[in-house]
Design a protein around this ligand. Structure first.
Ligand code: FES
Length: 619
C-alpha cells in the first residue's frame, strides 16, 4: 500500500513507498528540493512545512537545525522525515543559507535558531616529546600535560596504565580526549574524528538506546528492547516490591538492565562500525526507580510513603563503575530527578518540548508504564505521575507487541468494517500502542464497545454483518477479533479481549485524571491551554483523533491544539548528550518543577473513576 505525498507549490501528488524520505521521493519525481549537506540532516536547505496530514514527531536533527519554534510551526527536514501516510508539505521559501551555518550570526526575522552543539567531549591531537635523558626529572604524564597545555589535569590510574604504550606507539603522536577537565583517554595516532555518545531512555517497559556522533549531532543508529526486569514485575510497585530490602534481588535487577544495555552497545556498534572505546559520553534518563536500579541503589523507600528518592541531583559516574562496555572512562551522566514518581524522564520531556520556556500554558503527557504529566509555562511548571501501566506499550495485552515489523499500528472503520495497517506492511503479528488506541476508538464509534468499556455482545445484532462476525464470546470471555487468521497476513486471530480493554481504560484513566488534576491544582481551564503535547514511543504516529476519541486527553480541547511529539524523553536525552548547555538546563528545569502528589488530593478518586469511562459522544 503506497502513501500519498502532495508537494506544494507544485501541487504534485506522488504515490510513495512508506518509509521513503520526503526528499528522496521528491527527487525521484524530479521535484527540486535543495539538499546542501547531501541529506545528512546537517543544514536546513531541505526544510518543508506540513500543511495537511499528521505532522510527524521531530527528530533530533529537526530540533538542532531548525530550532523549537519552527518545529512547532510544522517545519521538518525533508531528508530526515519518512512518508508514512497521506501528507501535504510546502517546500519552504529560500532563506539565506549562511545565516544557519554561522552560529551567533545575526539572523533575519523569522529565520531558524540553530542550537549550538557542544557535547563537552574534546579530542586533540598533540605531539608529546618522550623522556630521553636519564637525568631529566620528568615523566610520561608530565610530558603529555606539557604538550596539551596542562589540561586536562584530572587523571585516573586506569588512564595512566595506558600511557606508556600509547605515547611510544607512534613516536609521541597521540589524541587526548577529555571531558570537564578530566582526561578520558590517550590514544596513539590521530583519532580525533571518532567521537561518539549514547542517549539511553530506560523505561519501565521499554529501553531505547541511540548512538550519536558528538561533533555533528547525527544519529547513527538506535536499538529498542523490552526492559528485561519486567519478568520481576511489570509495573514500578511490583518491581520495587521485588527489590525491597533484598540485596540479592536488587543485584538481579541491576544486572539485568546493565546486561541489556551492553547488548545494545554491542549491536549498535556492530551495525554502525563504531568502536565501543570511542564512546565517551552517555546520557541516561528514566523514572526514579529505573535510575536507582541502574545504579544499584535500593529503591525500597521510593515505594513507601512519603516516597522519597535516595537522591535527586544530577550524577556523573565513570562507565567502568557500571560495567558498561563503552570506553571505561566514559562519563555516564544521569539527568536529575524530581520526586519518587516523577523522574529524569519527565525532566527530559520538559527539555525536549521547551515547556518551561514558552510564555503560554502547555501540557505535556508522556504516555508510558509510569507516565507523567507536566503543565505550565516559563512562569511555573507542575508535574505529576500518571501510572498508566504497560498497555500502550503493547505489554499485558493478549496480542499486544512493541512497535516492530508486523505490528498493527493503524486501525480505521471503513465501509462497516475494520481496515488494518501493519508496520513495514509486513504480515500482522499483534497490536502496538497506536494500533490499540485506534482499535478501541473504532470499536467505540461502531458501537462494539459502550462508554463503560463493555464489549456489547448483547447488541451484536445492531452491528454491520462484517463487524458482528468479529464480536465473539469464548467461554466466559468477550473479545473482538481485530485481524482474522489470514487477514493482513495474520497466522492466527489477533484479538482484543474484554480484559485488554480494561487495561486500556486503566491507562487512559490514569493519564486523563493526571491532566485534569494538574489543571485543577494550577487553576487552568481547558480554554487557557495553548497546546497539549502527547509523547511516547509508539514507533509510529499516534492518531490524535483516536487518542481524543478514547479520552486519553480532554475531549474539550480542540484537535488543532494537540500535537504528537514522539518519544520526547529519548529526544531530551539526545539533546543533553550533544549539548552541555542543554544538560545544565535539565538541572534548572528539575529545580523548577513543582511535584503534585495526586493520591494525597481529596478530589483524586472521583476524578479517576470518572476518567476510566470513555467519552459519550451522544450525550
Ligand atoms: S539536506 Fe541538509 S538537512 Fe536535509
Amino acid at each position: 500500500m503506497r502513501a500519498s505525498l502532495t508537494i506544494l507549490p507544485d501541487q504534485q501528488t506522488l504515490r510513495v513507498e512508506p518509509g521513503t524520505t520526503i526528499l528522496k521521493a521528491a527527487h525521484a519525481a524530479g521535484i527540486d528540493i535543495t539538499a546542501t549537506c547531501g541529506g545528512r540532516g546537517r543544514c536546513t536547505s531541505c526544510r518543508v512545512k506540513f500543511v495537511a496530514g499528521a505532522t510527524p514527531p521531530p527528530t533530533i536533527m529537526d530540533e538542532l537545525q531548525l530550532g523549537d519554534a519552527l518545529v512547532r510551526e510544522g517545519y521538518r527536514l525533508s531528508c530526515q522525515c519518512a512518508v508514512t501516510g497521506a501528507m501535504t508539505v510546502q517546500v519552504a521559501p529560500a532563506i539565506d543559507e549562511r545565516t544557519f551555518q554561522i552560529l551567533g550570526a545575526e539572523r533575519p526575522p523569522g529565520a531558524p535558531t540553530p542550537m549550538a552543539i557542544d557535547a563537552g567531549v574534546s579530542k586533540r591531537v598533540v605531539q608529546v616529546s618522550l623522556p630521553k635523558d636519564e637525568h631529566h626529572q620528568t615523566s610520561d604524564l608530565e610530558e603529555l600535560l606539557a604538550a596539551a597545555d596542562g589540561t586536562p589535569d584530572i587523571v585516573s590510574p586506569e588512564v595512566l596504565k595506558t600511557l606508556p604504550s600509547a605515547l611510544r606507539d607512534r613516536q609521541g603522536e597521540v589524541t587526548v580526549t577529555s571531558f570537564g577537565g578530566r582526561l578520558l583517554a590517550v590514544e596513539s595516532g590521530d583519532t580525533a574524528l571518532h567521537k561518539f555518545g549514547l542517549a539511553i531512555d530506560v523505561g519501565t517497559t521499554s529501553v531505547v538506546t541511540t548512538l550519536m556522533e558528538l561533533e555533528s549531532g547525527e544519529q547513527l543508529g538506535a536499538v529498542s528492547s523490552l526492559n528485561p526486569q519486567a519478568v520481576f514485575g511489570g509495573d514500578l510497585m511490583s518491581r520495587i516490591a521485588f527489590a525491597q530490602f533484598d540485596a540479592g534481588n536488587l543485584r538481579k535487577l541491576q544486572t539485568r538492565i546493565i546486561g541489556l544495555l551492553n547488548q545494545h552497545v554491542e549491536q549498535i556498534t556492530r551495525e554502525s562500525g563504531v568502536l565501543a572505546k570511542w564512546i565517551y559520553k552517555v546520557v541516561v534518563v528514566g523514572n526514579t526507580c529505573m535510575h536507582h536500579l541502574l545504579l544499584g541503589i535500593d529503591p525500597s523507600y521510593v515505594g513507601l510513603a512519603p516516597y522519597a528518592p535516595v537522591m535527586r541531583h544530577p550524577l556523573v559516574v565513570p562507565a567502568r563503575e557500571l560495567f558498561l562496555k563503552v570506553n571505561p572512562e566514559a562519563r555516564v551522566c544521569f539527568l536529575p530527578l524530581v520526586a519518587g514518581f516523577v523522574g529524569a524522564d519527565a525532566v527530559a520531556v520538559a527539555l525536549a518540548t521547551r515547556i518551561a520556556e514558552a510564555p503560554e500554558i502547555r501540557i505535556a503527557v508522556d504516555i508510558g508504564t509510569n507516565g507523567e504529566v507536566l503543565l505550565g509555562s516559563r512562569e511555573r511548571l507542575w508535574a505529576c505521575s500518571a501510572p498508566a501501566g504497560p498497555a500502550l506499550e503493547g505489554a499485558q495485552i493478549r496480542h499486544g507487541m512493541r512497535a516492530a515489523l508486523g505490528a498493527i499500528d493503524k486501525v480505521n472503520l471503513e465501509d462497516g468494517d475494520l481496515q488494518l495497517h501493519t508496520l513495514g506492511e509486513a504480515a500482522a503479528q499483534g497490536l502496538c500502542g497506536s494500533g490499540i488506541v485506534d482499535a478501541v476508538a473504532a470499536l467505540l464509534d461502531a458501537g462494539v464497545i459502550d462508554w463503560t468499556g463493555l464489549i456489547a455482545v448483547e447488541r451484536r445484532d445492531q452491528l454491520s454483518p462484517l463487524l458482528r462476525e468479529r464480536v465473539r464470546v469464548r467461554g466466559e470471555e468477550r473479545l473482538v477479533v481485530i485481524a482474522r487468521a489470514g487477514e493482513a497476513g495474520a497466522a492466527n486471530d489477533i484479538v482484543l479481549t474484554q480484559e485488554d480493554i480494561r487495561q486500556v481504560q486503566l491507562c487512559k484513566g490514569a493519564i486523563a485524571s493526571g491532566v485534569a488534576m494538574l489543571q485543577r491544582v494550577a487553576g487552568v481551564p481547558a480554554t487557557e491551554v495553548a497546546e497539549l503535547m502527547l509523547a511516547g514511543g509508539f514507533g509510529n504516529y499516534l492518531s490524535v483523533a483516536s487518542a481524543q476519541r478514547i479520552g486519553i486527553i480532554p475531549p474539550a480541547l480542540p484537535p488543532e491544539k494537540i500535537r504528537y511529539v514522539g518519544n520526547a524523553a529519548a529526544l531530551g536525552a539526545q539533546l543533553a548528550l550533544v549539548s552541555e548547555a542543554e544538560r545544565a538546563r535539565a538541572g534548572e528545569i528539575a529545580r523548577r518543577i513543582e511535584h503534585v502528589s495526586l493520591a494525597a488530593h481529596p478530589d483524586f478518586e472521583d476524578v479517576f473513576v470518572e476518567a476510566m469511562n470513555f467519552p459519550r459522544v451522544d450525550s
